[in-house]
Design a protein around this ligand. Structure first.
Ligand code: UTP
Length: 289
C-alpha cells in the first residue's frame, strides 16, 4: 500500500536552541533561504505524500502563515515582473494538502502522534520529525515508504551515531537483512552507554501502522515524564519486528546549535545563487583559523 499521509510534529519547546526559538518556532529557523520545515514538507511531497498534518502549539501560527498564500507579496512580485519569486511563493502554498492541529500541552512526541488518529484513519502513515531536516537523494521518506511496501512492517530511518549521541537519542537492536536494511527487534530511548543495543539510532523518520495508537494508549510515560514514541515503537518492534532503513540523504538536527550551522554551511555551498561565493569565503576564512 502506498503511503499518502504524513505527520510532522512541530509542537516541542525547542529549549536547546533558545533564545532563537523563544518567539520563532525552531522549525521556522532558516536554512539559507527557506525555513527548516519547508525542506521537510518538500521531502514528503517528493516521496509521494499528498496529505500532511503539522502538529503545532501556541505561538507557532507563523508555520500556518508560511504555507498559506501571501497575496500582498504575490501581487508585489507580479507588479515587479519578478515571476521567478512569484512562482516560488505560489508553489510553497500549493505543495500539498496541509492541515494543522494543536497539541494543547507539550506531553511528548508520542502524545503528539496520538492526537493524529482521526486524520490517519485506517492506513499506514509517515512521521517526519519537525526538527530533523534530511536533504539529498533519494528522499529519505521515499526510501522508508519503499521498504514498507516491500516488507509490510513499520519502518524506522536509522543511522549509526557515536556514544555521546546514543545517550541523547535511542539505541536499536538490529540484524542486517540486506544492504542498508535491518531487522529491528528492540529499542531503548536515551540509554546509558552500558545499556545500548548498538550505535544505530532512530533519526527523524518512520512509517507506522494505525495499531500504534492502541499501543500508545497503553504506554506509560517515559523519559522526561513524556509519552515517548520510541517506547511505543519498542512494543511494536518486540511484537511484530520493524524494519530499519539506513537512509542515504544527509540529516541535520535543527534542534541543536551546531546542527543548524552545518545545515546552513552545506546548503549554502550547494546553492545555485551563493554557492561559489560561499566556497571562496570559507576557503579564505579557513586560512585564518
Ligand atoms: P524534541 O524532544 O527534539 O523537541 O522532539 P523539543 O521538545 O522541542 O526539544 P528540546 O529538548 O526542548 O530542545 C522531537 C520532535 O517532536 C516534536 C518537536 O517539535 C520535534 O520536532 N514534539 C516534541 C512535539 O510535537 N510535541 C511534544 O510534546 C514534544
Amino acid at each position: 500500500m502506498k503511503i499518502k499521509k504524513a505527520i510532522i510534529p512541530a509542537a516541542g519547546l525547542g529549549t536547546r536552541v533558545l533564545p532563537a526559538s523563544k518567539a520563532i518556532p525552531k522549525e521556522m529557523l532558516p536554512i539559507v533561504d527557506k525555513p527548516a520545515i519547508q525542506y521537510i514538507v518538500e521531502e514528503a511531497v517528493a516521496s509521494g505524500i499528498t496529505d500532511i498534518l503539522i502538529i503545532t502549539n501556541r505561538g507557532k501560527g507563523v508555520i500556518e502563515d508560511h504555507f498559506d498564500h501571501s497575496l500582498e507579496l504575490e501581487n508585489m512580485m507580479k507588479a515587479r515582473n519578478n515571476f521567478e519569486m512569484l512562482s516560488e511563493l505560489e508553489s510553497v502554498a500549493n505543495l500539498a494538502n496541509i492541515y494543522f492541529l494543536r497539541q494543547k500541552e507539550t506531553k511528548g512526541l508520542g502524545d503528539a502522534v496520538l492526537k493524529t488518529e482521526s486524520f490517519v484513519g485506517n492506513e499506514p502513515f509517515a512521521v517526519l520529525y519537525g526538527d530533523d531536516v534530511i536533504i539529498g537523494e533519494p528522499p529519505a521518506t521515499k526510501e522508508l515508504a519503499d521498504a514498507y511496501e516491500k516488507y509490510g512492517k513499520g519502518v524506522v530511518g536509522i543511522k549509526e551515531v557515536p556514544d555521546e549521541l546514543i545517550v541523547k537519542y535511542s539505541s536499536l537492536k538490529v540484524e542486517k537483512k540486506e544492504d542498508f536494511i535491518y531487522d529491528v527487534t528492540d529499542m531503548i530511548e536515551k540509554p546509558a552507554v552500558a545499556n545500548k543495543f548498538s550505535n544505530f539510532s532512530v533519526l527523524g523518520r518512520c512509517i507506522l501502522t494505525p495499531d500504534i495508537f492502541d499501543i500508545l494508549r497503553n504506554t506509560p510515560l517515559g523519559v522526561g515524564n513524556e509519552l515517548q514514541l520510541t517506547d511505543a515503537m519498542k512494543t511494536l518492534a518486540r511484537r511484530d519486528g520493524m524494519i530499519g532503513v539506513d537512509f542515504k540523504a544527509t540529516r541535520y538536527d535543527m534542534g541543536n546549535k551546531f546542527g543548524i550551522i552545518k545545515a546552513n554551511v552545506e546548503t549554502a555551498l550547494a546553492h545555485k545563487e551563493i554557492g561559489e561565493e560561499t566556497r571562496k569565503y570559507i576557503k579564505e576564512l579557513a586560512k585564518t583559523l
